[in-house]
Design a protein around this ligand. Structure first.
Ligand code: ASP
Ligand code: MG
Length: 253
């Protein structure tokens, strides 16, 4: 039994069917006895679509309002995934970045995480709930005023996952990448082609040192600084190593 942080990107939660598939996967992990914190991104291209809407109305939207807008994308995903889990009998609760205690700098649109206050999260885990957390968002501390919703920069859900894993002392942080073709999958372990290879924190650091654009750079930075523990499950030695392929998207974040 372990405490796992699992992150699912926008493609993984991009439709009803995919959310159901993610829920099934979470249920399977839970049946193995793990405590689970799930971090999700906004569905599909939601963040891009919201950005386009903003630009259609205002060429240079205020960053505060952009954060108000973009944070809604992840909020949709967490509520829907929690509902999908409920419908298959898995007790789950969704939490926004502010609710989960991700405290950031006040710089809108590119806020760095300062602290993760885990009490509320731990309490839910102790109750046996799966906690579904909105990635990419937090709250400024409010020490210099009112707390505000902040976002961590594009691709920032990875950072949320790694920061939560570090703060909780999780046994593993598993990032299920959105980007098909970036990592090899093991067809013996992964039957659904949409389901990407799991990446352990060790592998993340390895990929980062290769200059991979797989992960949000701050996720890697936090993993380094806090020494996020490597994945608890050893990889099979005959399993293919994650590797970069051509056709990589340009770096994000
Ligand atoms: N939804 C945000 C983005 O598209 C954060 C993320 O996906 O990690 O950049
Ligand atoms: Mg991403």
């Amino acid at each position: 039994m372990a405490l796992l942080v699992q992150k699912f990107g926008g493609t993984s939660v991009g439709s009803v069917e995919r959310i159901q598939a993610v829920a099934q996967r979470i249920a399977a992990s839970r049946e193995q006895g793990h405590d689970l914190v799930i971090v999700v991104s906004a569905m599909g291209h939601t963040t891009d679509e919201l950005t386009a809407l903003a630009r259609a109305l205002c060429p240079e939207p205020p960053q505060r309002e952009m954060d108000m807008l973009l944070a809604t994308g992840e909020q949709v995903s967490i509520a829907l995934l929690a509902m999908a889990l409920h419908s298959i009998g898995v007790p789950a609760v969704s939490m926004t970045g502010p609710q989960v205690g991700i405290v950031t700098e006040s710089a809108h649109g590119r806020a760095r995480i300062l602290e993760v206050r885990t009490e509320r999260l731990r309490k839910r885990l102790e109750e046996g709930q799966v906690v579904v957390v909105a990635g990419f968002q937090g709250t400024s501390s409010g020490s210099a005023g009112t707390p505000e919703i902040t976002t961590l920069g594009r691709g920032g859900s990875d950072t949320s996952a790694v920061a939560l894993a570090a703060a909780l002392g999780a046994d593993a942080c598993e990032i299920y990448t959105d980007v098909p073709g970036v990592l090899t999958t093991d067809p013996r372990q992964v039957s659904d082609a949409q389901l990407m290879e799991e990446v352990s924190c060790n592998e993340m650091l390895e990929l980062a040192s290769l200059g991979a654009a797989v992960l949000h750079p701050r996720a890697v930075e936090i993993a380094r600084n806090y020494g996020v523990p490597p994945v608890g499950r050893p990889r099979r030695s005959d399993a293919p190593r994650p590797r970069l392929t051509s056709g990589m998207p340009p770096p994000i974040g």
